[in-house]
Write a protein of this length. Sequence first.
Length: 546
Amino acid sequence: PTVHHHEFVVQATKVKRLCKTHNTITVNGMFPGPTLELHNGDSLVVKVVNKARYNLTIHWHGVRQMRTGWADGPEFVTQCPIRPGGSYTYRFTIEGQEGTLWWHAHSSWLRATVYGALIIYPKEGTSYPFPKPKRETPILLGEWWDANPIDVVREATRTGAAPNISDAYTINGQPGDLYNCSSKDTVIVPIGSGETNLLRVINAALNQPLFFTIANHKFTVVGADASYLKPFTTSVIMLGPGQTTDVLISGDQPPARYYLAARAYQSAQNAPFDNTTTTAILEYNSAPCPAKCLTSKPIMPQLPAYNDTATATAFSQSQKSLRKVEVPTKIDHSLFFTVGLGLNNCPKNFRARRCQGPNGTRFTASMNNVSFVFPSSFSLLQAYKQNIPGVFTTDFPARPPVNFDFTGNVSRSLWQPVPGTKLYKLKYGESVQIVLQDTSIVTPENHPIHLHGYDFYIVAEGFGNFNPKTDRAKFNLVDPPMRNTAAVPVNGWAVIRFVADNPGVWLMHCHLDVHITWGLAMAFIVEDGVGELQKLESPPLDLPIC
Ligand code: C2O
């Protein structure tokens, strides 16, 4: 195994998009940031130097961080932020994961521009469970504001209203052909006739599930969230923010240029969204440019309608683990978490400008009606390990799970979640099942729920209210997909299972960033087990403190 050393210098860089130049926060002057490549079993040492004027942390999305929870990165959960002028070195090893993950800032909305791919090749001496692709291309789907994203979220927090929607989606940082001033920078993905290539697709958008497709070609899906899947073909994939999907494409069409395209899957109802389409170009080597390019536009694919839940569902239900899995069957903690939005009334001492949500309210979000409040003077992990009182409580949820109805048709008082920093404690090795239920309050929505420090099995998903009596029949305990982010169906539910074999404090949250801003999060404490291999390592000496 190899140890890979990197330095990430985070600073404002001039980036021009949609006809305007911005002072964008980037890593090493690159947008998107550098791609990290390593093999399963290798280690990463990344020194992050904060030369920006914002607090910063970096999260290694999907990396299990076995016993290295201090390197996970969510701000005020496993570390205090790296202050402007400061630095912190993240050290961790990839254990057993292969495929595509990514890294991103985990502080305010910095991840809008601070993100990159993390590519994990098979363990040295082993190979893919599919024919070796001729080329591999990371495809990072993003979301661009014609404004400073930090200002956009600050404004939303100040007013209580929904934040401004984005102005473009991007592929590898570029909006592409269909946007103003963007044509000449459209990303080109090369392919040769007869080749089979691997696309590593990552949804790095802040707030938007996306459909992704390609004209006249099919995808063979082979992995998601750095776990292999039984191969299946489809012409369109859907990724919630945070999710990754590895697909093979074959150069089996007449040599020409074909658009790769992404646009919103918007399951929220009556909510404004960015309805634009981002494109890149799949270009056959034998269709020489510029002659052909000048005379013909690339071929445009059909994208599903923005509200095509059937297509999103068909895609998630096709996913089965390739490798033999061990789904826990004896469950120690059977939990039920609602996930959804809320609307809080304005307390009297609030200034009116902070209540510009619907009918003079402000938007909130919650799990089991608790709106998560991040601490500010200690990280949760530090407070837990050093027994610092008053930072969190372990009584998640605040009250017995409320019987939400998936239609959102519940008493108006339940539209107002209660704030709290409430954690749930697990002993080492315990098995957990969580039913994640969309509340549909304010709007039904597909929530990408991400758990830090773990992969979990998605054993079932469905629509309506989860019914413990009848829905058990739908559980796949044989070959369910293993993921770190579950797209909980709109107006529906998903059931996940995992074994608490990684000690630490682990955030679980909706990966629509505006929902974290509004409180759609909680955290687990997983206690140490016995022996060194079951204990969290001691904190690094350069760990930022608050
Ligand atoms: Cu990719 Cu807590 O996030």
